[in-house]
Design a protein around this ligand. Structure first.
Ligand code: OAD
Length: 259
């Protein structure tokens, strides 16, 4: 683990973020690591212990929906026991301010939304900042036949195919509303993310290996369009080349100092 970033770097990042009229924040699994949600590629990462082709492809679901649902049911339970950390909460508080701060996340854990709900605490919010979930949500289902999408937090009973969740409207099998390998992202959500990135004065990137496309291109597109890129990650990523500032450290420690 590298030493904490010097104070002058934190100050510079604060100034850069503080002066921007429009900000896009791109987050990945690392922003939720301090909440106890496993990342994908780091130590103890999900793709170190499981093969994506067995669990996160349309072919895997067609072959063995029970196995795939069992895994997503386990992830739902795991994430349900986790709370937003100081980074999620700081970003949510920042979004309640007067300037539009948009969060584009690759995470399916719903913790940015939960943080926003916690900050508002039923008071009703006035933010213009959006939260775009590029890879979907663990807590939504999509019908494999009529494509109806619904919120869903109930535990998954994967003991048999009949016990798996089925569509209330047409009776067909439901699937998790997440993006699997080989599938396109929701075109509307992706288009919106790139539009926001192209207009942003600053792009803050937190906790992503920045190697999965097209998500990583949200950051590089923002930089190409002229945004200053500020990165928070304990490890070096490919964004080092385009980032104005790379702050080495954990999201929950660094992000609250910035926003
Ligand atoms: P990765 O697991 O690839 O990368 C996690 C990043 O978080 C790494 O760069 C770590 O160094 C960093 N990190 C770890 N702990 C951190 C902490 N406490 N604070 C800040 N950063 C930390 O996860 P993603 O980049 O999000 O896609 O992966 C992108 C996509 O690949 C995921 O959305 C998922 C996966 O396949 C789908 O499932 C479609």
């Amino acid at each position: 683990m590298s030493a904490p970033p010097p104070h002058r770097h934190i100050r510079r990042a604060r100034e850069t973020l503080g002066e921007a009229e429009t900000v896009v924040v791109l987050t990945g699994a690392g922003v939720s690591a301090d909440s106890g949600v496993p990342t994908f590629r780091g130590q103890g990462g999900l793709w170190r212990e499981h093969r994506p082709e067995d669990l996160a492809t349309p072919a895997a679901f067609a072959r063995d929906p029970r196995l795939v649902w069992e895994w997503y049911g386990w992830r739902r339970e795991l994430v349900s026991a986790c709370a937003p950390n100081a980074a999620h909460l700081a970003l949510a508080r920042w979004q309640e301010g007067p300037r539009p701060i948009h969060i584009v996340t690759q995470n399916v854990d719903g913790l940015h939304r939960l943080a926003r709900d916690r900050i508002r605490d039923g008071a009703g919010g006035s933010t213009t900042g959006e939260i775009l979930e590029l890879h979907g949500s663990l807590f939504r289902t999509r019908c494999t036949c009529c494509a109806a999408v619904e919120d869903s937090r109930a535990p998954i009973d994967a003991t048999s195919e009949a016990s798996l969740p089925h569509c209330g409207a047409c009776g067909a099998l439901l699937r998790p509303d997440v993006v699997w390998f080989g599938e396109p992202l929701d075109a509307h959500v992706l288009d919106r993310a790139f539009r926001l990135a192209a207009r942003a004065e600053v792009c803050l990137v937190v906790g992503t290996s920045a190697i999965v496309q097209p998500a990583a291109a949200v950051a590089t597109e923002a930089a190409r369009a002229g945004a200053a890129l500020v990165e928070v990650n304990p490890e070096v990523t490919p964004l080092l080349r385009v980032a104005q500032l790379s702050l080495r450290g954990r999201a929950a420690e660094i992000v609250p100092l910035l926003v």
